[in-house]
Write a protein that binds this ligand. Structure first.
Ligand code: ADP
Length: 278
């Protein structure tokens, strides 16, 4: 059985801006399978956010086709089902909260799905527990930290039971603790079968993704496992992208003559490699 959940076929997208349209995506083809954790990276302006919005039918392709769970985003009859199947979490939690009490905010999505009140109650409770925010259910969102607010936003999304969640720079405005919590939740959801698409600037956050897609000037310029992508630090530098600190350190030690294996991605792997040296 074909378990592709996201498919972009030769997709281009241009913004109409004055006399000159801006081509944000240029002949992009991507296929993502159900249950994958895919990171999308690229310098500013490379087309990542435009791509994210195409996955949710917030934008429609100028050319080519976007299929979400088999549904063509260009058909308006599919829009509601597409947004149910593939939800988005954006950068700024403040822009995504709609209610003045945490649990009401989380209930907003399931209410819009027209679920019965007892089902809404169950989903709100489950979702708040999944993001470790159940005890905050009666609080006002503005009293919470950025990381806590983002967890509430994610609870609101989980409560809709989407098959796929696109996180568009969702960790960018958070402090380190908020980032770590959000990442943990993303991986937990992925372990439970949710497809995760994570757009980020932080290379440290994607060393355990299943696959990394690198964007440059509206095109997919590289695709591979973290080991494959980070093996080419020079190529990433040319795209004005960095590598995780551990990878940079391993590269330096290797250049200095130490026998550190290519593809060392974590602190633990680096320590093991160093301990093996005589
Ligand atoms: P990224 O998320 O990688 O920073 P974007 O998808 O936001 O990239 O932008 C891709 C290109 O489209 C850039 O050249 C950007 O300036 C342009 N762009 C983005 N949004 C708009 C818009 N609303 N109107 C005109 N051009 C836009």
């Amino acid at each position: 059985m074909d378990n592709t959940i996201i498919k972009l076929e030769n997709v281009s997208f241009s913004y109409e801006s004055g006399d000159d349209p801006v081509k944000a995506l240029d002949d992009v083809s991507i296929s993502i399978k159900e249950g994958e954790f895919v990171a999308i990276v690229g310098k500013n302006g490379s087309g990542k956010s435009t791509l994210a919005k195409l996955l949710n039918a917030l934008l429609l392709p100028s050319e080519g086709k976007v299929l979400v769970d088999g549904m063509d985003t260009s058909d308006p009859e599919n829009t509601i089902a597409i947004r149910k199947a593939c939800a988005m979490v954006f950068q700024n939690p403040d822009n995504q909260m709609v209610a003045t009490i945490v649990e009401e905010d989380v209930a907003f999505g399931p209410e819009n799905l027209g679920l019965a009140p007892h089902k809404i109650r169950t989903r709100v409770d489950e979702s708040l527990k999944a993001v470790m925010m159940y005890e905050f259910k009666d609080q006002k969102p503005h009293q919470l930290s950025g990381g806590q607010k983002q967890r509430i936003t994610i609870a609101g999304v989980i409560a809709m039971h989407p098959k796929c969640i696109v996180f568009d720079e969702s960790t960018a405005m958070l402090d380190p603790a908020g980032r770590t919590d959000t990442l943990k939740i993303m991986h937990k959801l992925n372990d439970e079968g949710v497809t995760v698409i994570f757009i980020t600037h932080y290379m440290e956050e994607i060393t355990n993704a299943d696959r990394i897609i690198v964007m440059g000037d509206g095109k997919v310029v590289k695709e591979g496992t973290p080991k494959e992508i980070f093996a080419d630090s020079e190529g990433l530098k040319e795209l004005r992208l960095g590598v995780p600190e551990v990878v940079a350190l391993a590269d330096l030690l290797r250049e200095g003559g130490l026998d550190i294996p290519e593809g060392t991605l974590s602190e633990d792997e680096l320590v093991e490699a160093l301990c093996r040296l005589k």
